[in-house]
Ligand binder design. Structure first.
Ligand SMILES: C[S@@+](CC[C@H](N)C(=O)[O-])C[C@H]1O[C@@H](n2cnc3c(N)ncnc32)[C@H](O)[C@@H]1O
Length: 222
């Protein structure tokens, strides 16, 4: 059992069988699709089709210039965001050295390297050194258990009007009570619930939680 096994629960190819999954397919080219399928085969965590589809649609509207991603994995969501936002720069953080190296190669082969600052390191440490009020979009997709800890700092990194999107916040129905929480996921579930409570009650944010992919929380800094 790997650290990421829960990210592939009930799936054969990495997609979750949600009600809306059949409709929500991202428009990604052959090269990214191959990277993605290879990542799924190697059990490397990569966003669902639905999440990528959401990112494409949403980013096409808000057109961010300066994007921060926590949890690069091998660069699939980062590449999708950059291909969608043709003028944007991406700063992306990954703590696993092999994933980081693969992502750097993938950004090069996709001709995106000049628009990426890929950082090998722990997201919690890296965000402390990033500039405040600098990012207009943050994609939070690293270890879910840390989301709540990062929230105060991420709010500072966002510009006013900037958007923080946290992925996987409904965790296979564990958060909504649709599925019984396995014992080993109890602490994770508590931390995610804390995150949802914090962002939905924060007077400095507008937040909507969507049941797309594995659950997405969209928070806008007022
Ligand atoms: C769900 S995956 C990211 C998937 C990627 N965003 C995509 O859709 O292509 C989560 C990643 O976060 C990384 N990660 C987990 N905790 C981290 C931390 N504290 N700092 C940096 N990266 C972390 C993991 O190694 C893993 O590659």
């Amino acid at each position: 059992m790997t650290e990421f096994d829960y990210a592939h629960k009930n799936t054969e190819n990495g997609e979750r069988a949600t009600k809306t999954a059949p409709f929500n397919k991202p428009q990604i080219g052959e090269e990214i699709q191959v990277l993605r399928q290879n990542a799924f085969k190697a059990e490397i965590p990569v966003s669902d089709d639905e999440t990528l589809c959401f990112l494409q649609t949403f980013l096409s509207t808000i057109k961010p210039q300066n994007i921060l991603e926590l949890g690069t994995a091998v660069g699939v969501s980062g590449a999708v965001m950059l291909k969608t936002c043709t003028g944007a720069h991406l700063t992306t953080v990954e703590r696993d050295e092999n994933f980081y190296k693969a992502a750097v190669e993938n950004f090069k082969s996709l001709d995106l390297a000049d628009r990426v600052t890929a950082i090998l390191g722990d997201a919690g440490e890296v965000i402390e050194g990033l500039p405040e009020n600098a990012f207009d979009f943050i994609f939070l997709d690293s270890a879910k258990v840390q989301y709540i800890k990062y929230l105060p700092r991420l709010k500072k990194l966002l510009k006013s009007g900037g958007v923080l999107v946290a992925d996987d916040v409904l965790l296979f129905g564990y958060i909504t009570g649709e599925e019984e929480v396995p014992k080993k996921r109890k602490m994770l579930v508590e931390h995610i619930k804390e995150y949802i409570t914090a962002v939905t009650n924060d007077k400095e944010l507008y937040t909507t939680v969507l049941d797309a992919g594995n659950g997405i929380a969209i928070s806008v800094k007022k």
